[in-house]
Design a protein around this ligand. Sequence first.
Ligand SMILES: C[S@@+](CC[C@H](N)C(=O)[O-])C[C@H]1O[C@@H](n2cnc3c(N)ncnc32)[C@H](O)[C@@H]1O
Ligand code: SF4
Length: 361
Amino acid sequence: MKTESLYVHIPFCDNICTYCDFAKVYYSGELADRYLVALFDELRRRAQNRYKTIYIGGGTPSALDESQLETLLQGLQDYLEHGAEFTIEANPESLKPGKIALLKKYRVNRVSLGVQTFNEDLLQSLNRRHNNAMVDETVALLKKAGIANINIDLMYGLKGQTMADIKNDLDHLINLDVPHVSYYSLILEEHTMIARESYPELEDESLGEISKLIDGCLEANGYKHYEVSNYAKLGFESRHNLAYWHYCNYLGVGVGAASKIDDRIIQNNRNLYKYLGGENIQEVSEQSQKETMFNHIMMSLRLKEGLDLEGFNQRYQVDFEKFYRKVLAKHLGHTMMIRDGFLVLSKNAYDNLNSILVDFL
Ligand SMILES: C[S@@+](CC[C@H](N)C(=O)[O-])C[C@H]1O[C@@H](n2cnc3c(N)ncnc32)[C@H](O)[C@@H]1O
Ligand code: SF4
């Protein structure tokens, strides 16, 4: 299968948030310069073609200074297919007008802004460095520059966050009128600052209430809930993330990045100094066809449209309904259904996704 998606990891942040377990370090100009050299070395060795989607994630890509950002974007031009979706993640405090001009110049056409909440006290408790005025201004500047395909990341389940806070977050979000929202439930990751304090986990009951509030408000305002944590206006679904959920191939470069190339999962080193020393890849695991099929099912059931059975049968040369006869006998009509050739989870089955998935193993 051809690899049509490229993920590029930039591990630098100006500050470290209390909940974050992604591969990141404090920004240093000298380290970032060395990193970009190592990154393009890896890319030249591993990239085979141009890509239909490129996603620069982090860390905080917008923490790079203008000249580093230009080096990055200019270097990626050689890998960009005509008409590609080209996304960059950014934090509102560091995406200044000069950097927005560079995004435009180098054909970045989608920006994902980390906002998390519009409650400024909560933002401080998470160790975020922006305020609401910076978000409003950044969104306005992006639109003015002609980059209207904007995603905003929000989170619920924060300590001290009330239903009124979430309602207020939704109101502010709707006013910004961006076409895509990723709304994450806070995950208490090991090795993070919040894992060391007593952090309340959401009860099932509040989770249900919050989901209802978010879904109701976003759907009423024209967003389609197309994946567990993602909502988009028509035509603004993330093409790059859809490639993950359709379990297509992707190449991931940079520290901590992962790639899926046919039946191989390649995990890059999470240690920046090893990566800079040229030890890019930490582990390559060959998956059996059954494991690959399982991963594909796991990813696609996150989508509201579900798993395309005909596409699955063609890709793996199997008959899904025969191969998983026993699982379907157990779950069809209860936790899942087949609708227009797609295997779809029923609405309340999302909370028990893992316990359903193990049956496919
Ligand atoms: C890893 S950050 C990278 C982009 C950028 N630095 C930022 O902070 O938005 C991407 C998104 O992941 C989400 N995220 C990070 N850690 C999380 C956690 N523990 N639980 C839920 N979502 C998380 C946040 O919503 C964040 O915006
Ligand atoms: S959430 Fe974003 S800004 Fe905060 S530490 Fe993680 S990558 Fe950096």
